[in-house]
Structures are given as structure tokens and as C-alpha cells.
Design a protein around this ligand. Sequence first.
Ligand code: SAH
Length: 410
Amino acid sequence: MNHEPVPPPDADARVADLPVLRLKRHEERRVAAGHLWIFSNEVDTTATPLTSFAPGAYAAVRSDRDKFLGYAYVNPHSLIAARIVGRDRGFAPGPSLIVHRLNVALALRERLYTEPYYRLVHGESDALPGLVVDRYGDVLVAQIGTAGMEQQKGAIVAALEKVVKPRVIVFKNDSGARELEQLEKYIEVARGELPESITVREAGLTFSAPLATGQKTGWFYDQAANRRQFLPLMAGAKRVLDVFSYVGGWSVGAARNGAAVTAIDSSAPALEAAARNAAANGVALEAIRDDAFDAMEALHAANEKFDAVIVDPPAFIKRRKDAPKGEAAYKRINQLAMQLLARDGLLVSCSCSYHLAPEQLTDAIQRGGRHLGRFVQILATGSQSPDHPVHPAIPETRYLKAFLCRVTHD
Ligand code: SAH
């Protein structure tokens, strides 16, 4: 063993020549513990006024005692005033850091998947805060959620071209989160031509989804692991109801298992795509275009029963203040689902609301079950697919919950 004293790793690496963002006393703790966000009230705005930064500008973040904490981009208009993009003082933020991060992100996905269909970049969890990139073969659909990433759009395109060499790059910058950063919403093609739809392969099946009118980037890769885990356990179900079906990710999988499937969604384009996806995979489904609550009430009134019901709603709780209303909606939708189950049925219940804890969802299921005199058993528990990694210091990155439950009569 060599016991020569070694200098600390980056002792002689110079901090890049960037304006300083100074934190107030004791406010460096969260960032030092690994979190990437700095809230506006944590900034020493007397020493470093936020208004001196243009939206998206890079800064070197320092504690009140001048300790270097990392590089960040700043948005003076956002509650999250800065997000850390790197902690290695020798690696200044900029195009080559983005290339590096993309290479690291791609290496994970190539280890996890044999085909190029996955979320390539999951924001903070891939140390690229504010950036999402979904890969559909040689088509990349990116979503920018922050001014800092918006500033880097050119560098992101160059990095994607270098690392992935795609045929098409689309920015689907239309998420609601952009308002918090005072960003306009738009769709833009950065490379190639705008495809009408994206095509994805999952578990041996092929799906298409319209891009411009579709949800998010077009497909919910976060549910892929849950479909893979739960669908085989539902193989005996003869009648399946897929509520909030979108383009039929769950529906087509269930139909391929031999079930007669009914899909409910309020979106006509989504249901048209679901029907096409069923046909493309050699099956069929029945579609109901309606509000999910109304459609389920109507099915109940008609005394329809299903062997399995899948409930995968959009986030009912987008902001914390929506929690009480949202919790009631989760309880109601799960109760409606259980009402539609045959005597020994299966319920797949999901929530993508970060503000609803897993125990709150199981509680909603349990209460709904008790109200109806049902006995509930949780058979399997799921979360988001591994191409949506969780950042252990950022609870918001763990958002998806899924439970497979057996529901019998008490
Ligand atoms: N289960 C899907 C994803 C669902 S996304 C999958 O795994 O791919 C949510 C879907 O709910 C969208 O397709 C949206 O059109 C639909 N939706 C939103 N509000 C609705 C409502 N009140 N009634 C019915 N569908 C609704």
C-alpha cells in the first residue's frame, strides 16, 4: 500500500470564471446532502441579487463561508431559483458536460434494454435538471422544463446528434411546468422532419401514438415495468376494463393475453390510436369515449362486470394544494373500479401524483373496499421503470405507484 499523502481530488482544479450565487448562512445543507435545487429564499440576495442573473445563466454556488458547492443555472423568476448541474469544480458547465451526461445516461439504458425504446434522460435523476428525452428508435422527443435548459437548447441538440445520431429530434415543449419558469409553450423540430406519430416497441408489441396531440412525449415508458410485472399475473382474466387507456398500452397487452378488453378515455385521438394499436397486434378492443367517472357509473348501472380493472389516471394532484380534492378522486375512482369487478377480481391501481404517498393510495383502495364490503389483498407492488431512475435526495423523482390487488367479497 502506498501511504504517500495525496492532495484532495480537485484541489488544484480552478473554479470556472462564473458569477457567484451566494447562499445564506446554513442554507447549503440540502445541496451539500445531494439535492440539486436552491430555493429563492435560500439565496443571499444582498450579496448576490437574483435580478443580476439572466434567466438560465450559469453560476458558481458558494456558501456564506465561500465554500464551493457546485455549478448551477439560475432563474430569477422561479421559486426554484437555481439547479445544480455539476459539483466537479474542474468540469465547468457547458456543451461538453452535456455530452458527458448523455453518454452516462445512454450507457445505463443500453445496459437495461435490448431495443432503442426508452426514456434516455430523466431530468434531475440523470443530473440534467429540467430535461427529459424519450427515445423512439431514431426519433428523439425532448421536453425542456426550465430556463436553464432552454438556454442550452443548441448544446443539447449538438450533444444528442453526437451521442445518439438520431434521424429526428423534436422539442415538445408544451408542459404546464414551463409556466413556473415563464417559458412559452411550443413544438419545434430541431432535426429531420416532424413525424405525425411515434412508434414504440414494448414487450414484443408495436404501438403508435400521435405526437402533436398525444400526451407528454407520446408514450408512457414509466409504466412499462408495471405492465411487464402485472400483465402475466392477470392472464386468466376474460373481461378487462382499462380506464384512462390512452393509446392502449395496458389494453393491447391484456387483449394479447386473450381477454375481451374495454378501454375508456376522454380523448378521441387516443382511442383511435388504441384501436389501431390493437389491430396492428392482431387483437381488437371496445372503446368508450367519455369521462371515466361517468362511463364507470354507466357500466355499473348496466350491471357490467369485469375480471380485471386497470385504473391509471392522469395526476389528480398536481400541486400540494390540490391534495384533499385529489385524494377524494383517487378514492372514488378506485371504489368505482371495485364495484365493476366480478366476485374474485383483480384491480390494477396506479397514481403518478408525487403528492399522493404509496400508503395513501393503498388507504384509498382499502377504504373504498371496506365501503363496498370487499376484502382486498395486495399481490404486487410497482413503481416507475428503471429508465426513470429515482434521485435518492429528491423525493419528487419517485412519483409513480402501482398496485395489483385481488378483490373478493367479505
Ligand atoms: N394508461 C396509459 C396512460 C394514461 S394517461 C398508459 O399506460 O399508457 C391519462 C389518460 O387519461 C389520457 O389518455 C387522457 O386522455 C385520459 N383522461 C384524462 N382525464 C380523463 C377523464 N376525466 N376521463 C377519461 N379519460 C381521461
